[in-house]
Design a protein around this ligand. Structure first.
Ligand code: AMP
Length: 188
């Protein structure tokens, strides 16, 4: 199973991905988590992306595609992958198709978590208070939402055209969203 969990920052992608990891043994591939880990470790990559992430801009396609490629090789034979926060541009989506095709696989589903902007703003304000993530501050968040609308949302017609796009109401509570996601995965 190759599932892309899709939605703006704050839609609940990470929360749902973590449920699927514990319930189905899938591997969560969050490029945001990988980049944050690189920063924490003080690696050259981490230092390179720090400023870009703090502003709320996207890091280069080349960097995140290489991270995903590496992870796919590291986890061979697992029951599934959840792509969380990747792909975020058309170039990344096309690269993902190529990476998967090279392994005899494809994207099975893209599940879009639908949440309105007012709810996103509220959720991110709470997360900023609780976790203190630099890029959740209101200025950076506005940039992230803009990047989503400009660079990432256009992937929806790409995946719709492939017949793999499903939409779930991300305004529901966590259990209800998880139930809806599960029902989609069981269609396969
Ligand atoms: P996230 O935790 O997914 O919201 O990602 C946090 C930040 O990491 C983003 O605002 C970007 O700066 C960077 N990032 C994560 N994933 C990607 C991606 N697929 N493409 C470009 N930048 C990314």
């Amino acid at each position: 199973m190759n599932l892309v969990i899709f939605g703006p920052p704050g839609a609940g992608k990470g929360t749902q991905a973590k449920r699927l990891v514990s319930e189905r043994g899938y591997i969560q591939l969050s490029t945001g988590d990988m980049l944050r880990a690189a920063r924490k470790s003080g690696s050259a990559l981490g230092n390179k992306v720090a400023g870009i992430m703090d502003r709320g801009d996207l890091v280069s396609d080349e960097i995140v595609i290489a991270l995903i490629d590496e992870q796919l090789d590291l986890h061979k034979g697992v029951p599934g992958f959840i792509f969380d926060g990747f792909p975020r541009t058309l170039a990344q989506a096309e690269a993902l198709d190529i990476l998967l095709a090279g392994r005899g696989e494809k994207v099975n589903f893209v599940i879009r978590l639908d949440v309105d902007d007012a709810a996103l703003l509220k959720r991110i304000a709470v997360r900023f208070e609780e976790q203190g993530r630099d890029d959740d501050n209101p200025t950076a968040f506005a940039v992230r939402l803009k990047a989503y609308n400009k660079q990432t949302a256009p992937l929806l017609p790409f995946y719709e055209g492939k017949g793999v796009l499903k939409v779930v109401n991300g305004m529901d509570d966590i259990d209800a969203v998880a139930g809806a996601v599960s029902r989609i995965l069981d269609l396969d």
